[in-house]
Write a protein that binds this ligand. Structure first.
Ligand code: MLT
Length: 265
């Protein structure tokens, strides 16, 4: 469905009935990265997966998309959908950066948290410099110049070799993404604060998932996150890289299913 909030039209997948599960995609992707989860969980839950501001089929141009801005957008999308009960928020990577902001700013809207392949720390200086360069270049050249390098980092070696539909689907999504949205989110990620000190205040049941071969956010990074959140469960997905929910959907879905059943609300 399309949802217009002030000047922005959001594309939002909204299917099924039951407790709401809100899926937040990574960078520079869209809601389709969650297809396997949306199909599976729509049978028992209300699944909601927006294309973030400027991404996928959503409109909107910003100079800088801060992680807090995206969290505010999510809160407005939920309000526009008349969802007043707390949601289970599931975010991957940039979706996780947004989830930390949502958890801090809207704790009353959160019933459970699932974070996949993400970090709580801010960027290092070299990463920040790369993002600024990417933001500048993508506006001039479009996403072609970084797509191959990014796909190599997003997926495990096994996925690259044996699962070309998933890799090619992701390539197409990246190539279709508005350069302005890519630049704005890259600048937003570069500016994001270190959220590590906020993790101990997250009291909702939390599931922390990491692909064993994730090159962007390591298993060690994510293990530390799980250790700092009081009520967290940590799971490693063998054979998967950064895009664990796309690479090993059955394994990820099983883990999410058990987590949801064990923390029924
Ligand atoms: C993502 O998947 O959202 C990105 O890898 C996040 C990042 O670049 O830090």
């Amino acid at each position: 469905m399309e949802l217009t909030i002030r000047n922005t039209t959001y594309h939002v997948e909204d299917r099924g009935t039951g407790a709401p599960l809100l899926f937040v995609h990574g960078f520079p992707l869209d809601h389709t990265m969650w297809s396997a989860q949306l199909n599976a969980f729509a049978e028992r839950y209300r699944v909601i997966a927006p294309d973030l501001h400027g991404f996928g089929m959503s409109t909107g141009v910003r100079e800088l998309s801060g992680m807090e801005d995206f969290a505010d957008d999510l809160q407005e999308i939920l309000a526009a959908l008349s969802i007043t009960e707390p949601v289970t928020l599931c975010g991957l990577s940039m979706g996780g950066y947004i989830a930390w902001q949502f958890a801090q700013k809207y704790p009353e809207r959160l019933s459970r948290l699932i974070v996949c392949d993400t970090k709580a720390t801010a960027d290092t200086e070299p990463t920040r410099a790369n993002r600024l360069e990417l933001a500048e270049r993508v506006l001039k050249e479009g996403p072609e110049f970084f797509v191959d390098g990014m796909l190599q980092k997003l997926f495990s070696a096994a996925t690259i070799q044996t699962n070309s539909p998933v890799v090619e689907q992701t390539r197409n999504v990246i190539l279709k993404t508005d350069p302005q949205a890519i630049a704005a989110a890259a600048l937003g990620m570069a500016a994001r604060p270190d959220m590590s000190s906020t993790l101990s205040a997250i009291t909702v049941p939390t599931l922390v998932i990491c692909g064993a071969e994730d090159q962007i956010t390591t298993v060690l990074d994510m293990q530390k996150i799980a250790e700092q959140i009081p009520n967290a469960q940590f799971e490693v997905i063998l054979g998967a890289g950064h895009m664990a929910p796309m690479e090993k959907p059955a394994d990820v879905n099983d883990i999410i299913t058990y987590f949801l059943a064990g923390t029924d609300i």
